[in-house]
Every structure is written in structure tokens, then in C-alpha cells.
Design a binder for this molecule. Structure first.
Ligand SMILES: NC(=O)c1ccc[n+]([C@@H]2O[C@H](COP(=O)([O-])OP(=O)(O)OC[C@H]3O[C@@H](n4cnc5c(N)ncnc54)[C@H](O)[C@@H]3O)[C@@H](O)[C@H]2O)c1
Ligand SMILES: [Zn+2]
Length: 362
């Protein structure tokens, strides 16, 4: 079992990664998140698979109730936030209660936002069950819901008291979800650690076969990279922007696909396109885009937008830009393992539309 600290002053917490890590939940709750009553929040799929085990572990620390919502990104909504908050109030959970966010990124973001707002904020613990949630979304304290205007448009920063990633819970995760999670792990290697990037390639077969040791190694390293970036810049003023590599194009592709693509698949396409764009702009070194594409393809991840029209992607990026009242910004690689700086402490670039178009049309 690996324990990775996220040093955020009074909001510091530990991420525990390992097969069987769930067994530490009662002790972690007692020490880091004591409460009069616990609300375990999970989508119906994960509640069916792991609800009983997590309830039993939570119950060892205090009384607990399980609240579930239907699985799927479209349920990361204000409506589900309201339903869950009301159900917790009906169950009599007070200011001295706490939330256990159990599941993938949808459950983590939604349950985290319930915790951030319920009675002006109660503590919560993340128990991620998808690979994407283990390597990425459960760390960093971003919580929220989607609206018709876009993803994650209503939310709050609310750091968990602890994250417990039990890799044995991944044994039921469908293959495409495993590959989508590996896309974000590759991103961590691409922006910060070339050895990690290469190691994912070396362990490819073991990872796809859900070998616990291989998973543990890759998740622990990815988590350490994300924790390091987040600890540097918890509220996303500067360096945290590097985590957005692949996400300017990726989010647009994801939105245009009507969420037909998984987040990690859209990010795989986004990373490949942004690496090509960075090369055309003279920022990303020659060969980097090809190395990235090969690594993604080895994991059966997509690397180009296919039949999604470039105009629709450009429009989705512009829409995103409008909501931030700025220009479309990108984070670029210098090479595998290193992001490019645009200035002192700055990591974002704008790009001319003709070059974006050319990268999309490659
Ligand atoms: N907060 C952040 O920093 C952050 C970062 C990245 C992504 N996200 C968010 O995360 C979400 C995507 O997360 P996701 O891919 O985990 O989606 P998800 O939560 O919808 O999980 C994917 C699917 O896998 C199922 N599942 C989860 N764990 C399982 C298991 N162990 N066995 C079987 N099935 C399981 C779920 O029921 C769901 O159907 C998006 O909403 C994205 O915006 C947030
Ligand atoms: Zn992402």
C-alpha cells in the first residue's frame, strides 16, 4: 500500500493506493473525518457492486446511510444535487455529518459538491472506483455539476479529508473505461515524467489485464504527479494549468460527440491534436507528437477526431472561450515529460486558427 501526501497546509490529506486499501477506511474516518453520521453517495452501478462493502467499512466508524443516483454523466446535474441533498436532510444528517463519495468521477464531483454545499459544507472522503477517478478526479478538490451551458459550470473547491483507492475494485471496470483512465495517466507522464510515460507502455499488457501490482505502481506515480501540481497551485492560478494539456481540444471533442466519447478517449484525441499544434507552432519538439500517438494507439485509444467536423470543434472551443471572456488557451508539451512555459510561472498559449484547423485535419 502506498500513501501519498497532498501538502495543502490545514487542508492537507493523504491518498492511499493499494489492493485492499478499503480495509483502512474505518481507521481513516475515525482519524481524519470523524462524524455523527455518514452519507455514502454512489451511482446505482457502483452501489450494487461495492455499496455493501463500503457501508460495512463505514459502519465500523459510525452510523451510515447509502444514497444512490442513476449512473451516467448526464446525472452530474443540479437536479441530482438537489435530490441527494434533500434525501440527506430527510435522513436527518446534520452539520456533524460527512459524505463518502464512492465511484467514478461523476460520483466524486457530484457527491463532493453535495458535501461542499450541504449546511454550508461538511467534510468528505473520496473512495474512487474507476481508474480515471483514482489517477485524476478524486485528487485536487474540484467538485461540481454540469449545466446546459457546459460541463462543470457550477461547483466549488472542496478538498477531501482523505482518498482511498483500492485497486481491487477495478476488477469489475469495463475495458474501455480502463483505457480511458490510462489516457489521463499517460497525460501525467507527458507533462511531468518521461519515465512514467514509458513505464505505462512497458506495463501495457499487465495494466489492461488489471494486474493489481502494475495498476498500483502506475496509479501511485500518477497520483504523486497530480498531488505535486495541485499542492503548488490549489486554486488554479498558474501551474495547475499544465494538467489541462489535451483538454482544450479534448473538452470540445467530448462536447461535440454528445458525450458519445468517454472523457479519457476525448482527451487522447486532444493530446494528439495539441501535440501536433505545438509542433507547428515551434514549441513542441519534433517527434514528440509521434511518440504520443504511438503510446495512445498501443492502448487502443483514438488519436484523431474522425468524422467530427473541425468547424464544430472550433465552435465548441470558441464557446468555451466566450464563457471565460478570453482567448482559447492551450498548454503545450516541450517534449515528453516536460511542459512548455509561456513566461515566468505561466504555461498557457494562444494559437492562430489556421494552425488549429490544420492540426485537427491531420
Ligand atoms: N474533479 C476533477 O478534477 C475531475 C478530473 C477529471 C475528470 N473529472 C470528471 O470525472 C467524470 C468522469 O469520470 P469517470 O470516467 O470515472 O465516469 P463515471 O463516474 O461515470 O464512471 C464511469 C462508469 O463506470 C462505472 N464504474 C465506476 N467504477 C466501476 C467499477 N469499479 N466497476 C464497474 N463499473 C464501474 C460507473 O458506474 C459509470 O457507469 C467526468 O464528469 C469528468 O468531468 C473530474
Ligand atoms: Zn481530464
Amino acid at each position: 500500500v502506498h500513501v501519498i501526501p497532498v501538502p495543502l497546509g490545514p487542508e492537507s490529506y493523504d491518498i492511499t493506493v493499494g489492493a485492499g486499501a478499503l480495509a483502512t477506511l474505518p481507521e481513516v474516518l475515525a482519524r481524519r473525518c470523524p462524524a455523527a453520521r455518514y452519507a455514502v453517495i454512489a451511482d446505482t452501478t457502483v452501489a450494487g457492486l461495492y455499496g455493501d462493502a463500503v457501508r460495512a467499512a463505514t459502519g465500523a466508524a459510525g452510523p451510515c446511510d447509502l444514497f444512490s443516483f442513476p449512473a451516467g454523466e448526464w446525472n452530474k446535474s443540479r437536479e441530482q444535487w438537489a435530490t441527494l441533498s434533500d434525501a440527506m436532510a430527510d435522513a436527518g444528517i446534520g452539520r456533524d455529518g460527512a459524505v463518502i463519495a464512492l465511484g467514478g468521477g461523476v460520483s466524486g464531483d457530484l457527491a463532493g459538491f453535495v458535501a461542499a454545499t450541504y449546511r454550508r459544507g461538511i467534510p468528505f472522503v473520496q473512495v474512487p472506483t474507476s481508474l480515471l477517478a483514482m489517477v485524476d478526479s478524486s485528487i485536487g478538490g474540484k467538485t461540481g455539476v454540469d449545466t446546459t451551458h457546459g460541463k462543470n459550470l457550477v461547483g466549488a473547491f472542496h478538498q477531501p479529508r482523505a482518498v482511498i483507492a483500492d485497486v481491487s475494485m477495478l476488477r469489475t471496470l469495463p475495458g474501455p473505461q480502463v483505457r480511458a483512465g490510462l489516457a489521463e495517466a499517460l497525460k501525467h507522464g507527458a507533462i511531468a515524467d518521461r519515465a512514467h510515460f514509458d513505464r505505462i507502455g512497458e506495463l501495457r499488457e499487465a495494466l489492461l489485464a488489471l494486474d493489481p501490482e502494475a495498476l498500483e505502481e502506475i496509479i501511485a506515480r500518477s497520483v504523486a504527479i497530480k498531488a505535486d501540481v495541485v499542492a503548488d497551485d490549489a486554486n488554479e492560478a498558474g501551474r495547475r494549468g499544465v494538467l489541462n494539456f489535451g483538454h482544450t481540444v479534448g473538452h470540445a471533442v467530448e462536447a461535440v460527440s454528445g458525450y458519445g466519447l468517454l472523457h479519457g478517449e476525448a482527451i487522447a484525441i486532444g493530446m494528439a491534436v495539441e501535440a501536433t499544434l505545438g509542433t507547428a507552432m515551434g514549441i513542441t519538439s519534433a517527434g514528440t507528437a509521434d511518440r504520443l500517438r504511438s503510446a495512445l494507439e498501443a492502448l487502443d485509444l483514438p488519436t484523431d477526431p474522425g468524422d467530427i467536423p473541425p468547424d464544430a470543434i472550433l465552435e465548441a472551443m470558441a464557446h468555451d472561450k466566450k464563457s471565460r471572456a478570453g482567448t482559447v488557451k492551450f498548454a503545450f508539451l516541450k517534449e515528453i515529460g516536460q511542459v512548455a512555459r509561456s513566461g515566468a510561472g505561466a504555461y498557457t498559449f494562444s494559437a492562430p486558427e489556421n494552425l488549429v484547423r490544420a492540426a485537427l485535419a491531420r
